[in-house]
Design a protein around this ligand. Structure first.
Ligand SMILES: *Cc1c(COP(=O)(O)O)cnc(C)c1O
Length: 389
């Protein structure tokens, strides 16, 4: 099959064997005894919720976390059989009835939602399955210390309508050792809040706090369940986290993760440019020799960030080619001067492998200060995700 759908200038494929490898790795080397909830927010980090969820299920995963009710709806429309699904962020009160009647689990981090969930559960005569999110130092969402007493009272009054499935929090930057003290404080705070709820006679079934970075860097955060996103897709939350993993395991070198996604395009056009000319808009790139360049039909309008101007790298014929000049809306220019025989139509790898080399997002993410997360989640939603072996 021709993977270049005629209406698109690039294509995305999803590797089943890579995903299987990563899930196995996470279960064996990261989670310990904790349950695993795969985070599929942000269109499954750009991989496509509709393609990704059934594949993950086929490898034994039955817990998923999303940010919004909209994403939950998409998961529900493709899942096979029973799953545990958590909405960690946005849901409107009008959507609660749908969520509760479908046993979708909901983060509760403010009183309005707690009261609304309780009243909808009453009306449906069904227990709402909730996760109490508490503030420990991220200062994003989560009940503050001073609200906990009231929360506990509301829960106790409504025991027959609420199933306290989780107590949770999120760490403010577990991927960098520079946040070490802040994270330690968060862990302490969380543990003391857990004790508080237990003392009140409220025992959440699952304590969960760890994302990928916390799970690797702070094993004490694994608790009863972990919420793992980026590792599943084959990326480390940061270089530091990868090094920490190698250190913990006495390993050197080899990355145990495999990239699930491949994003590729092809050479649109080739040109020779004389020494001393500017390439593209403005003056950000001047040729220092006579050189051959190629246009690739992907730009910031298709998810290739403008931050990667003069920074990004792609693969052509198994060799690295740098992005030169400013990334345009629909195009970028690459330097193919040292790659022989490049022709129009040749494959260009934007993320993924070609011959022995691979382009991870981190490779240029670090240069441009743009994390993997951002580039992945900006991948165009309208490109079909092609599932490969
Ligand atoms: C995104 C997110 C995660 C997963 O983070 P990764 O770094 O991708 O593992 C976990 N918990 C919450 C609350 C999140 O928003």
């Amino acid at each position: 099959m021709d993977i270049y759908s005629e209406h698109h200038t690039s294509s995305i494929s999803i590797s089943k064997s890579a995903l299987k490898n990563n899930i196995q790795f996470i279960k064996e080397k990261v989670c310990g005894d904790a349950l695993l909830s795969l985070v599929v927010k942000g269109n499954a980090y750009g991989h496509g919720i509709e393609e990704f969820v059934p594949l993950a299920q086929s490898f034994g995963v039955n817990r998923f976390s999303v940010f919004s009710a909209h994403e939950a709806f998409r998961v529900m429309s493709v899942k096979k059989g029973a799953i545990h699904l958590i909405i960690m962020g946005m849901i409107e009160n009008e959507q609660l009835e749908w969520a509760i009647s479908n046993d979708i689990e909901i983060y509760i981090f403010e009183k309005d939602r707690l009261l609304s969930v309780t009243s909808v559960a009453k009306k449906l005569n069904k227990k709402a399955i909730i996760h109490i999110e508490v503030e420990t130092g991220m200062n994003r969402t989560g009940f503050d210390q001073k609200e906990l007493n009231e929360v506990a009272q509301i829960i106790k009054l409504n025991e027959e309508h609420l199933q306290i499935e989780g107590l949770c929090t999120h760490y403010a930057g577990a991927e960098s050792v520079s946040n070490y003290l802040r994270i330690q404080n968060q862990i302490k705070k969380f543990n003391s809040i857990y004790s508080y709820f237990c003392d009140q006679g409220i025992k959440p079934t699952l304590r969960h706090t760890a994302c990928s970075a916390a799970a690797v860097n702070y094993p004490e955060t694994l608790m009863d369940m972990v919420r793992i996103g980026i590792l599943t897709y084959g990326f480390w939350p940061s270089r530091e986290t990868f090094i920490q993993y190698l250190k913990n395991n006495g390993l050197r070198g080899d990355d145990p993760l495999r990239r699930v996604i491949t994003w590729k395009s092809k050479v649109l056009s080739i040109k020779h440019v004389k020494r001393g000319e500017f390439v593209g808009y403005g003056t950000s790139f001047m040729t220092s020799r006579d050189m051959r360049i190629a246009a690739v039909p992907v730009g910031y309008g298709y998810g290739y960030s403008r931050n990667l101007s003069n920074q990004g790298r792609v693969l052509v014929h198994g060799k690295r080619a740098g992005v030169i000049g400013i990334v345009n809306m629909n195009m970028m220019i690459i330097d193919i001067n040292d790659i022989s025989d490049v022709k129009k139509g040749d494959e260009v790898i934007l993320i993924g492998k070609q011959k022995n080399l691979s382009i991870s997002v981190t490779a240029f993410g670090e240069l441009s200060n743009q994390p993997n997360y951002e580039l992945l989640t900006r991948l165009p939603k309208d490109l079909p995700r092609i599932i490969t072996r």
